[in-house]
Design a protein around this ligand. Structure first.
Ligand code: SF4
Length: 263
């Protein structure tokens, strides 16, 4: 039977051995069109109020079980990969089956985390946060903390261009999931174009740190481009710059309970 929902498992820099779960249609569905997106440009940028109804087919449970029994050392079952998974109204149906399958199997170490990637644009909705809060680990994107940087880096749908709403949604999500882990992911890059200001600018980096201080996530994951980006005129920042950003973050956030890592 061809695989419909799963990718990998593969080695992830941040998650260890991870099995990818894609619950979106095969064409990319996203509210953003990030300059660095590794799955190519978003052909039609979707409003954050748009939802698809795509419940798991009867194959999902079987497909998951068939793969998971071969990887008792898996560390994460990770929802994401083809756009924004919270756009699927049936996210929790997939989660419930995954939880059930995980319970039934034997694991070499701790059972894998059930992890969700989100670009954070839909989290203003209480319904979405109610679904998201169940995941063991939520990896929420925040590359920008000024409106200009949000627009230039993530190129969002016109209905999700307010950076204050995004940050406030993350503050609310943190409160909604006190016993689960929230990681903020910041992808920082640079640009070869003189007429384009990348998100690696002083104001954005400082405002990001202030936003994180307010959100109080468990973890901050800083990283840069590792695969072919959507736009040819951007490039990865180096380790030296990454360390400077970590230093700025630590100075402003000033909270030892927040773990700051870079990759
Ligand atoms: S949010 Fe994710 S999937 Fe959507 S465009 Fe950005 S990187 Fe790509």
């Amino acid at each position: 039977m061809p695989r419909q929902y799963t990718y990998g498992p593969f080695r992830s820099r941040r998650l260890g051995l991870s099995l990818g779960i894609d619950i979106l249609p095969k064409n990319k569905l996203c509210t953003y069109n990030c300059v660095y997106c590794e799955i190519g440009p978003t052909k039609e940028i979707i409003s954050p109020v748009y939802r698809i109804k795509a419940p798991p087919s009867s194959n999902f449970r079987k497909e998951l079980k068939d793969i998971l029994k071969y990887v008792p050392h898996l560390t994460s079952i990770t929802f994401g990969y083809n756009g924004e998974p919270t756009l699927n109204e049936n996210l929790l149906d997939f989660y419930a089956i995954t939880l059930d399958v995980r319970k039934d199997l034997k694991w070499t170490n701790e059972p894998p985390l059930i992890t969700l990637f989100t670009n954070s644009s839909t989290l203003y909705s209480r319904d979405v946060r109610e679904r998201v809060k169940h995941f063991d680990l939520v990896l929420a994107k925040l590359d920008a903390a000024t409106e200009n940087d949000l627009i230039s880096t993530n190129r969002p749908h016109k209905d999700c261009r307010n950076i204050n709403i995004v940050v406030e949604s993350l503050v609310k999500l943190r409160k909604d999931m006190p016993n689960k882990k929230l990681a903020i992911q910041c992808l920082i890059y640079n640009s070869y174009r003189e007429d384009f200001i990348s998100n690696d600018n002083k104001e954005n980096i400082e405002q990001l740190a202030y936003a994180i201080k307010k959100i109080k996530p468990d973890i901050v994951q800083l990283y840069s481009i590792a695969r072919i980006p959507s736009e040819y005129w951007i490039f990865a920042i180096d380790e030296k710059r990454m360390k400077q950003i970590v230093k700025t973050f630590k100075e402003i956030i000033n909270n030892d309970l927040i773990e700051i890592n870079y990759y």
